[in-house]
Design a protein around this ligand. Structure first.
Ligand code: FE2
Length: 378
């Protein structure tokens, strides 16, 4: 799927012909949708001490595995992540594209790819199903900080924002959030108090506001960049993780349109250049594209430029960061309550069947190490 097309889908409004099918509303042509479950068991995530598989609506945890070791479980051979050296210092969780208020899933404005999904009148809205499950899973993790990085709502209404806060306030003081494009299409200003930092043992978080009010695509304003540059220049041994809603344009890309659907090319180059000369910044973490993806750019070496898939539909994602003295692991999680899996299996094959591979990415896009400090004691 072309990335631009996928991103535009989050703006959609029309759904075409609707026909009631079971507990969901399917827009025709329903026949284009593939079966709602994969044929094979999926290795969803690996960590330094375990792995998670999904088999349709079933979730299988394999725990207490040795790090950096080849294992075979359920016929699938994989390698656990190497555990960075030193003590475990902090745990962070992140989500994005939670979209409270959305009622139609799978719409691309101006295209009739299908299938489009909704829930029956009176049923719990799917953003509530997915986000309540995400919050429960993250609360059980006991994270030191949780960053919600934009597209809190469908249309930025007060009611949608209140629904977001109502759901996520269960995370208490650990919760930090910033807006995305969907939260500011009409010039709304809530959740716009970034940049701000979060200070934790062993790690610092820098949260940027990448929104261009009234627009889908993003920016990093000069004041945001100057703040980050100043923050990253401080004498401090802790690495910095930078969070923002929009992903960057890849430096050197053949196409350089100012309307690029992430952060515009000029601002992307400035942000990449800043990260290149501020070694304290060890990763940039975005949402917006509703996909798992990691890119690395020549100017910034091993620094991952990360996108995490959305909460609201397939695969139903959140990510965990395990901070050690000598490095950090991103561990992907697929929201796995029965209701959440039922919804995300249904939405797996949206956009004429292209969504599954696009949104899920590869295992290396989902679970990986970064910010490794070889000089730290093992
Ligand atoms: Fe977005």
């Amino acid at each position: 799927m072309a990335a631009t097309g996928a991103a535009r889908s989050w703006l959609g409004s029309g759904a075409g012909q609707l026909a009631l099918v079971g507990t969901v509303v399917l827009a025709e042509p329903a026949g284009r949708g593939r079966p709602p479950s994969p044929d094979v068991i999926e290795l969803t995530s690996v960590a330094d001490d375990g792995a998670v598989f999904h088999d349709g609506l079933k979730v299988l945890h394999r725990d207490e595995l040795a790090p950096d070791t080849e294992h075979t479980c359920d016929g699938v051979t994989f390698r656990t992540l190497a555990r960075p050296p030193g003590a475990r210092l902090a745990t962070i969780a992140t989500v994005n594209d939670v979209h409270f208020g959305e009622t139609e899933c799978g719409v691309i404005e101006g295209l009739e790819l299908g299938p489009v999904f909704s829930v029956e009148p009176g049923a719990m809205p799917y953003p509530e199903v997915m986000n309540r499950a995400a919050v429960a899973e993250i609360a059980a993790l006991g994270a030191d900080a949780v960053v919600v990085k934009g597209d809190l709502t469908r249309d930025g209404t007060d009611d949608e924002y209140a629904a977001f806060l109502d759901c996520y306030r269960a995370l208490g003081d650990a919760l930090h959030h910033v807006r995305g494009n969907h939260d500011a299409y009409r010039g709304q200003t809530y959740a716009s108090d970034a940049p701000f930092s979060v200070e934790l043992d062993g790690v610092r978080l820098a949260v940027l506001d990448t929104v261009r009010p009234f627009h889908e695509n993003g920016q990093v304003r000069a004041d945001q960049l100057a703040w980050l540059d100043d923050y990253a220049s401080a004498r401090d041994d802790r690495p910095i993780l930078v969070f923002g809603h929009h992903h960057v344009w890849a430096p050197g890309s053949k196409s350089r349109e100012a309307t690029y659907f992430g952060i515009n090319p000029d601002d992307s180059e400035r942000l990449v250049e800043l990260v290149a000369r501020r070694p304290a910044v060890v990763g940039y973490f975005a949402g917006h594209t509703h996909r798992n993806r990691v890119r690395r750019f020549a100017a910034t070496g091993d620094v991952p430029w990360v996108e995490v898939a959305c909460v609201k539909d397939f695969p139903g994602a959140w990510a965990e960061y395990r901070v050690f003295e000598g490095g950090i692991l991103q561990v992907f999680h697929r929201i796995s309550t029965p209701d959440a899996l039922a919804w995300t299996e249904l939405t797996r094959h949206m956009f004429a069947g292209t969504y599954e591979a696009y949104a899920m990415g590869t295992l290396a896009d989902r679970s990986f190490a970064f910010g490794l400090s070889p000089e730290k004691p093992a």
